[in-house]
Each structure stands twice: as C-alpha cells, then as structure tokens.
Design a protein around this ligand. Structure first.
Ligand code: PLP
Length: 396
C-alpha cells in the first residue's frame, strides 16, 4: 500500500510523509528492511532485474526499500528529481567527483572547505589525475579566473563554510560555471533544504553529510547526492560498482531524523544567533562569525540565499591556542566532539582537530587561527550554554 504524496506540499509535511512506501502489512512507521539481497520469482525475473529491464531491488549495494524511502523524502524536500544515498558525506563527495570528473580534468573548489574535503581533492583525487585549484569562496571573479577552458568540469563549494560560515553566491557561481558547461556542486550539510535550496539557486548538485543535521541526534553516518536524474544516474553507477552504499539501518534512522528537521534547525539557528550576539559583546572575544549577524561579511547575501543563518557559530578568543583550549576544557555541559548539527551543543577547536591535517599554509588560507572555536548550537537553553562557556572565558 503506497501513499502518494505531492511534492508541492509544505516542507514540514514532506518531512514526515514524503517517500513512504507501505508494505502489505500496512505499518504506520516506515519499515526497516534489513536484508542484503532480494529474491526473484524465477530466473527470467532475476535476469530482467540485473539487466535493468525490470525495475526492482536486486542487492543492497544497489538499492534497498528503506534507503529508497530516505532518498525519496530528501528529494522531495530538496525539490530534486533524484537523490542517491551514500555511506557518509565524504563518500557522497567522492562518488560525485569520480562519477563526473575524469583523469586529466580539473575541479575548482572553495579554499575554506571542511578539512577532509580539502584532503580528498588534494591527496586522493590528485592521485587519480584530477587536479584541483582552490579559490576564495566569496569571490566569484576568482572562480571565473581559475577555469581551465575545456578541462574544468566541476565547481565544488560549501556554503556556509565550516567553520567560518563564509557565504558563496550559488546563483552567481552557477551562471559563471554553466556558461562554460561546468557542473556546480554545493555541500549543503550546514543549511539542509530547510534553510537553503541550492538546486533552485542554479546548482546541479546538492550534496550532504547526512551525519549532521539530517540525522541531528548524533547516531549514524550517511551522505547523499541530489540533482537531476541524468546526472545522479552516473553517481548511481559508481555506487553500485564501488560500493559506498548507505546501510538500511542508517537510512531508517535518517528518515526519522528528517521528520523533525525543520523544528530542530530553526530552533538551533535561533539559539546560535543568541549565542553569537552574546559572544560579540563579550570582552574576551576578538571576532564572531554567524551569517545572521550584521557584522558578518556576507550578511546581505546570506539573507538573500538562506532563510536563516544556521546553527554554527565560530569565534576567536583573545590569547590563541592556550586560551581556546582553556575554554574547551572548562566546559562541563557542551560536548567536546567534532560532530555538528546535533541537538546537543558541541564545541571544537578546528586548528587541532577537524582542520589539524591541513598544512599551516592551507589553514591560514582557510582563515583558521589557533584561537578559533566552533560551536554547533543544540537545543539546550541558551542561558545554560552561556554559563558553560563563561566558566572558561572568565579564566582568560
Ligand atoms: C560540511 C561537511 N561536509 C562533509 C562532511 C563529511 O561528512 P561525513 O563525516 O558524513 O563523511 C562534513 C563532516 O563534518 C562536513 O562538516
């Protein structure tokens, strides 16, 4: 029994209803199909399924009904024709790049990307003969100047960036790229389709670490690539052969995560902004980054492109690494962990954790100083989070 849902419904409706395929048992919640393979009625059906002549599940590396429900729900929220789920955010980025970029071709990427994404471009894709040039995410002219005619195949950006929440102009970069037949991929992990819809702004792909806000409760790894079917088909071919597929269990957890996504991310954005305003007025702080602050360098663009600033606040304390570590170590409530997007507020020292493998030069290029701390606002009362931070800040 299926429940057909129109993708024109409001996001909060799609988040709880879209994509569900009920079995003959009429279960109310989405079913978890923990099976690695699927049986066929006869040899002819097996052959037809394998050749693609008949639609249907074959083997969980290719597809699984629970994973398909997650993909359909995320597609509906994103306004995408299709979505391919992957085992993690990094495997989503890897799958997208290897599906669409070949040896000898070129990628232009933002220089403030999540650390592992930069590593992937510089140290792994480079070994496959794919060269990447990094540019300032906020300067469209730099992207245009970095194009190698006939060679550049992909613009890869993240907006807002991690951890400095720099905003790239998705519409402007898409226009520049499309004029030369270059694809545009946006890592939308920070905003989710609730706050920003990259495809509507002109991008070809919206890519996720579903591990972040889509799960939202720090339970599972996951990733996704959303876009037009003719483009995601290539990602699917890579996935079914190379195998970084999302497990059905993780897909089921992520389906449940999507149901509360809008409530969570809006509340977390509001909490982050309250914290950002408090930090901005704090005497021990050098600078604060949150897209909803009037002082944010791309505040106007963020207001145009996103419905809210998101749950990430970064700030630089007076006194570099020693002081930053003091603030982290004084926390009794906040979790000292690299994950973000969780309902529990987390605190990270990017220079020695998420961005610790970058060379000092790359870190400086990304604007990550030793005094920088990143907070991912959760759902606790803001006064309790402030009190936890104040303990360390008062010691500086
Ligand atoms: C913006 C961004 N993209 C991608 C990733 C990688 O995702 P995953 O850890 O799910 O592989 C992360 C992880 O923190 C991230 O913050």
């Amino acid at each position: 029994m299926n429940s057909p849902i129109s993708n024109t419904l409001a996001p909060e409706t799609l988040a709880v209803r879209a994509g569900q395929e009920r079995s003959q048992f009429g279960e109310h919640a989405e079913a978890l199909y923990l099976t690695s393979s699927f049986v066929f009625e006869n040899a002819a059906q097996a052959a037809a399924r394998f050749s693609g002549e008949e639609e249907g599940n074959v083997y969980a590396r290719f597809s699984n009904p629970t994973t398909s429900m997650f993909e359909a729900r995320l597609s509906a929220l994103e306004g995408a024709e299709d979505c391919i789920a992957t085992a993690s955010g990094m495997s989503a980025i890897m799958a997208l790049c290897l599906a669409h970029v070949q040896a000898g071709e070129h990628i232009v990427a933002a220089n403030g990307l999540f650390g592992a994404s930069t590593q992937l471009f510089n140290n792994i894709l480079s070994r496959c003969g794919i060269v990447t040039t990094t540019v300032d995410a906020t300067d469209p002219d730099a992207w245009g100047a970095a194009i190698r005619p006939g060679k550049t195949r992909l613009f890869f950006l993240e907006t807002p960036t991690n951890p400095l929440t720099q905003i790239a102009d998705i519409a402007a970069l898409s226009r520049i790229a499309h004029a030369q037949d270059i694809l545009v991929a946006v890592d939308n992990s920070f905003c989710t389709p609730i706050l920003q819809k990259p495809l509507q702004l002109g991008a070809d792909f919206s890519v996720y670490s579903a591990t972040k806000y889509l799960d939202g409760q720090g339970r599972v790894l996951g990733g996704a690539v959303c876009g037009a079917k003719k483009l995601t088909d290539e990602v699917f071919k890579y996935l079914r052969t190379a195998g970084p597929s999302l497990s059905a269990f993780n897909a089921w957890v992520l389906l449940k995560g999507l149901e509360t996504l809008k409530l969570r991310i809006e509340a977390q954005s509001a909490n982050a902004l309250q914290l950002a305003r408090w930090l901005e007025a704090h005497p021990k702080i050098v600078k604060v980054w949150h897209p909803d602050l009037a002082s944010h360098p791309q505040h106007a663009l963020a207001a145009r492109q996103q419905t809210r600033g998101g749950g990430i606040v970064s700030f630089e304390v007076k006194g570099a690494k020693e002081a930053a570590w003091q603030v982290v170590d004084a926390c009794k409530l906040l979790s000292i962990t690299a994950n973000l997007g969780d309902v529990k507020t987390t605190i990270t020292h990017p220079a020695t954790t998420t961005h610790g493998r970058l060379t000092p030069e790359d870190r400086a290029l990304a604007g990550i100083s030793d005094g920088l701390l990143r907070i991912s606002a959760g759902l606790e009362a803001v006064q309790d989070v402030k009190a936890d931070l104040e303990r360390g800040l008062s010691m500086i």
